[in-house]
Design a protein around this ligand. Sequence first.
Ligand code: ADP
Ligand code: MG
Length: 255
Amino acid sequence: MALLEVRGAVKRFGGLLAVNDVSLDVEEGEIRGIIGPNGAGKTTLFNVISGALPLTAGTVMFRGETISGRKPSHIARAGLVRTFQRNAMFPKATVLENVMLCRHTQIDENILKAVFGIDRAEEERNLARSREIIAFLGLDGFADEQAQNLSHGHQRVLGIANALATEPKLIMLDEPVAGMNPAETDMVTDHIRRLRDEWGITVILVEHDMRTVMGICEKVTVINFGEKLMEGTPEEVTHNPAVIEAYLGSEEISL
Ligand SMILES: Nc1ncnc2c1ncn2[C@@H]1O[C@H](COP(=O)(O)OP(=O)(O)O)[C@@H](O)[C@H]1O
Ligand SMILES: [Mg+2]
């Protein structure tokens, strides 16, 4: 049994089939790349897997349990979270507060305790774990900075920290290095690899930057016009004529 099993996923927006009969298996411990031209349906696929949008048809199973039709908060508690293509965080809160807040918003049975400070020992554990997540991602020097004052690259990394705050088994990253310079890209690529190698977290990432995909993904799924075009190693995918055809005239990617 794969960690994530997507079967016949369909998402329709009016007359548009944004995701058209996509099936996908992701094994525990994989770093899976999802690539495809702009508008292919990659973000929509993330939205239907994470529960942000309801499926039109199909099912999603995670750890052997059907999660399609569940609320994103339920899915996050089951261990599956996604980050957003653009920054999603609490801009006026500090880096540390962001991670703390994300722990509480997901673990809702603990909200009252947290707000009223009933369980101090648990708060201490939350604080320690939040600091650990921040340090893992190299943000420890910025723990007390307001999120809105961070560089673009660090804001994106904070988005990953906020997702990690929910202690996922599977994290879905939507264009994690978009808009980053090469040094920032290398830093984030390294974080993603360590997430899997050191913390055992399975990763699915949507990415335009083929250097990043080639560098860290064992397997790549290509989406085109909402459909799965092919799946294979980065080498197989970049040499596939149908994939090259799909990207012809596209300036967003160089194969
Ligand atoms: N909420 C929505 N309502 C209507 N159409 C949408 C919505 N979200 C995405 N789309 C459309 O679905 C298609 C796939 O979009 P998207 O999943 O964002 O592609 P990608 O992430 O691969 O660039 C596009 O044609 C887009 O305009
Ligand atoms: Mg997208």
